[in-house]
Ligand binder design. Structure first.
Ligand SMILES: Cc1cc2nc3c(=O)[nH]c(=O)nc-3n(C[C@H](O)[C@H](O)[C@H](O)COP(=O)(O)OP(=O)(O)OC[C@H]3O[C@@H](n4cnc5c(N)ncnc54)[C@H](O)[C@@H]3O)c2cc1C
Length: 443
């Protein structure tokens, strides 16, 4: 039997979690010659939800030097999205906003493995099946990450000292849980996400017609999102299967056991127009149903002088606008820049962490304002969001404003744009690039 490589006792930076946030943080650091060790509790590839990527993500994968590996994989290229929201149907097409690269529908086990392998190729020391348990900040200059090594049956405990800890542990929010800084977004906004996979599903193409699954590499799909009385649903066409999700107010599923949730999921898929038609030739993949309750949250403090929380470990909001992965990539870039500079000048590390805190809270606040819109966005610093609106490239902001207008969640976001003084210019142009309104879909 091969013996496991020993985990070093010391590193400049320890990254907890090997999802997009953690692996890209490790890549940025390793490419800059920093000794980085990444601990991931699962064996890779591992399943993950969140398969729809908007084209913003390419600018981060370019920075990481991994875009070519992603292109070579041949993921499904999508042209944009179609929403059927409150009875109105809209289509948005990325190329109309200046994007010459597509959005993607990715199998996240494959996508995340590409990013993690890339981190390793760039020099990060990556250990999978090693679970971080806690971080001891008693010595502020040398925090200690305690872990359980699950690679052997012994579940050995160990510890590694480092200058900086990056918490990229996703929704388990290791540090925010340890510090008690994790907050639910709002008591009115308790939704449950249920998702599963279907074989042989038809899909909705950019041409607004439905297509057989084998056409999806030739005729570009859209991400299809639809509201219904208790929440909303998604349909995302992947290479071998379709991902279908149901976001439902928890009042509807209270007290249901696993079988009850599965029946509820199937019933919702059968009841809803459009979705029902897309799934009419499909069969549900047994055992593929998963769920996540109460998934909108944020941490009140995400950066300290010796730690940074990034990706879902810092905050997560309703995924209606497919923001999660690109948020993770953005925050990895910002946090690692702060760490690189701090390693050069230890005296300034507190200052860098403060700048990073406001940068990242600004970004997450922007996401919350966008995704939650009229449901409220507690904990959002409106002034920071407005500053970001002013700084965003015009077409990027426009795409997001137009996307927000495709749901009923736009009022709060539009109000922020008005207060920031970016709305007037936008509303002139919006006539040119507004989402197309469609009378109906013939599926
Ligand atoms: C229902 C739903 C739908 C979504 N849809 C989309 C979408 O369409 N598009 C999109 O962009 N985003 C979507 N998202 C969000 C997206 O999945 C996340 O934002 C993204 O995965 C965040 O990446 P991350 O690296 O922060 O976390 P993750 O991808 O969760 O990675 C965290 C990693 O940390 C590891 N880990 C956890 N605890 C420990 C520990 N103690 N020690 C070591 N390792 C640990 C985990 O095993 C995991 O591999 C969706 C989310 C949900 C819930």
């Amino acid at each position: 039997m091969a013996t496991s490589v020993e985990i070093p006792a010391k590193a400049d930076v320890v990254v907890i979690g090997g999802g997009p946030a953690g692996s890209s943080a490790a890549t940025h650091l390793a490419r800059n010659g920093i000794d980085v060790l990444l601990l991931e509790r699962q064996a890779f590839p591992r399943n993950q939800v969140g398969e729809s990527l908007i084209p913003h993500f390419w600018k981060f994968t370019d920075l990481l030097g991994v875009s070519e590996k992603i292109e070579t994989e041949g993921f499904v290229r999508k042209s944009g999205g179609i929403t059927a929201w409150n009875g109105q149907i809209h289509q948005i097409t990325f190329s109309r906003y200046g994007y010459d690269r597509p959005g993607l529908h990715v199998e996240r086990d494959v996508f995340d493995r590409i990013l993690l392998d890339h981190a390793r190729d760039c020099g990060a020391r990556v250990f999978t099946e090693v679970s971080a348990a806690s971080v001891d900040f008693g010595d502020a200059q040398w925090p200690v990450v305690h872990y359980t090594d699950k690679r052997a049956a012994s579940n050995a405990q160990g510890a590694v000292r480092c200058r900086y800890v990056i918490d990229a542990s996703g929704h388990s929010c290791l540090l925010a849980s340890q510090f008690g800084t994790r907050r639910q977004i709002s008591s009115d906004l308790k939704f449950l996400a249920l998702w599963g996979y279907f074989e042989n599903s038809r899909y909705l193409g950019a041409d607004r017609s439905s297509h057989a699954p084998e056409e999806c590499l030739e005729i570009r799909p859209v991400t299809f999102v639809m509201s219904y009385e208790h929440g909303w649903v998604w349909h995302i066409m992947l290479r071998e299967k379709a991902s279908v999700g149901v976001i439902v107010h928890t009042d509807r599923t209270r007290g249901m056991n696993k079988a009850g949730r599965a029946a509820f999921f199937q019933q919702t898929c059968n009841d809803l127009p459009y979705l029902r038609e897309l799934l009419r030739t499909a069969s549900f993949i047994p055992g593929s149903l998963q769920f996540r309750p109460d998934y909108s949250y944020y941490a009140t403090r995400i950066c300290g002088e010796n730690y940074y929380c990034i990706g879902d470990a810092a905050a997560f909001v309703d995924p209606v606008f497919s923001h999660g992965v690109q948020n993770a990539l953005y925050n990895a870039a910002v946090a690692t820049l702060a760490i690189r500079e701090s390693l050069k000048n230890n005296n300034l590390r507190k200052r860098y962490s403060q700048i990073c805190e406001s940068r990242m809270q600004q970004f997450y606040g922007f996401s919350r304002a966008l995704s939650l819109g009229d449901f409220g966005a507690n904990g959002v610093d409106r002034e920071l969001v407005k500053t970001m609106m002013k700084a965003l490239p015009e077409l990027e902001l426009e795409l997001l404003l137009v996307a927000s207008a495709m749901t009923n969640r736009s009022e709060n976001f539009k109000q922020l744009a008005r207060e920031a003084g970016v709305w007037d210019g936008f509303s002139d142009r919006a006539a040119i690039t507004a989402p197309d309104q469609i009378a109906s879909l013939s599926l």
